[in-house]
Write a protein that binds this ligand. Structure first.
Ligand SMILES: Cc1cc2nc3c(=O)[nH]c(=O)nc-3n(C[C@H](O)[C@H](O)[C@H](O)COP(=O)(O)O)c2cc1C
Length: 203
């Protein structure tokens, strides 16, 4: 079993049966990762701003992109696009476009952009725009969790100058967020969050 077909195989085999979790032989590392409990992943995630130089493996990247593609989207139209920034000079431009945050020059830099033109529904332009922001944001969130499940660390960058990011990428699409990914220099403990009692408003 290869990473490239893991996601397609999570859902069904040729007979339409659910195949994950499954017993079939798989390379142990991939198998361990796919057994990761989603709650462990969510509860142990912590933003990371100091990345090791170690390169992120291509198969991990592939899974991060595939995760983005599994996110729900308005009408199923997938109103977002992803830019995988590999060029050093573009990464440097993004650092400037993100208020000089140096860690934006990370081993892996992914920009999530809104693509409202993909959302072909008969609603106001405002609503379509809102849909595409949500589409791009959810995709980034899914990728962030996938990266963490793959023993990588991330930081979400929202402090962006949209125009400068668009210029750096050479696109007309408006960016919603940037996800910086890499191996952590040091594993950080998750930040304490407010109590659920404070968070939930029961009405
Ligand atoms: C919408 C949004 C915008 C953010 N923008 C930035 C940013 O520009 N720079 C940064 O270092 N972290 C940014 N973050 C990361 C937050 O600072 C971080 O998630 C928060 O401090 C909570 O820490 P945790 O992720 O470790 O739980 C952003 C997060 C979100 C969700």
């Amino acid at each position: 079993m290869y990473p490239s077909d893991i996601f397609s195989r999570l859902y069904s085999d040729h007979q339409g049966a659910l195949i994950y979790p499954k017993d079939e032989e798989a390379p142990s590392e991939i198998s361990d990762i796919l057994q990761t409990n989603i709650f462990n992943v969510m509860l142990s995630r912590r933003s990371q701003r100091s990345f090791d130089e170690k390169q992120v493996e291509d198969w991990k990247l592939e899974m991060i992109f595939a995760a983005a593609d599994t996110a729900p989207t308005a009408g199923g139209f997938q109103g977002f696009d992803i830019f995988h920034v590999k060029k050093e000079d573009v990464k440097q431009k993004l650092v400037q476009a993100c208020n000089g945050q140096p860690y934006v020059n990370a081993p892996v830099v992914i920009v999530f952009c809104m693509d409202p033109s993909r959302v072909r529904m008969n609603f106001t332009a405002d609503l379509i725009t809102k849909f595409s922001i949500q589409d791009a944001t959810l995709a980034a969130g899914y990728s962030q969790l996938a990266a963490h499940a793959l023993s990588l660390s991330t930081v979400w960058i929202g402090m962006i100058d949209e125009k400068k990011v668009m210029d750096a990428l050479g696109t007309d699409l408006i960016p919603s967020s940037i996800l910086c990914i890499g191996y952590p220099k040091k594993i950080l403990q998750p930040k304490p969050k407010r109590s659920l009692k404070e968070l939930i408003h029961e009405i």
